[in-house]
Design a protein around this ligand. Structure first.
Ligand code: CU
Length: 110
């Protein structure tokens, strides 16, 4: 996948369940991360737009931690079938999260 400012471009919108390796290229100018929300749907936030960490933890969210422009990171996760929302909550220079700027995508696992 490619991570840009502020877009997640997936190579495949769907994949098979089991161990899935993600290779993420940061082609943007800011740090980016990829957080995964099992169950899909909107990312829970608290008033002001910050992610609701307690709700994310309760939902079993996990992540590929933030890394810098021009870098590539990979991670392997064991995924159950379902829908996942992928998103980035690094802060942009304006103080808002990348998620608030539209940096999210949907992955379907079958
Ligand atoms: Cu980002």
């Amino acid at each position: 996948m490619e991570l840009a400012d502020y877009v997640i471009n997936l190579d495949h919108a769907a994949t098979r369940a089991g161990a899935v390796t993600f290779v993420a290229h940061n082609i943007g100018t800011e740090d980016h991360e990829v957080a995964f929300l099992p169950g899909g749907g909107p990312v829970p936030t608290v008033p002001g737009g910050e992610p609701d960490e307690a709700a994310l933890e309760a939902a079993g969210a996990f992540e590929l931690e933030a890394f810098g422009p021009g870098r590539t990171c990979d991670a392997t996760f064991v995924l159950d079938p379902g829908t996942y929302t992928l998103f980035c909550v690094v802060h942009a220079p304006d103080g808002r999260t990348h998620l608030a700027h539209g940096m999210h995508a949907t992955l379907t696992v079958t």
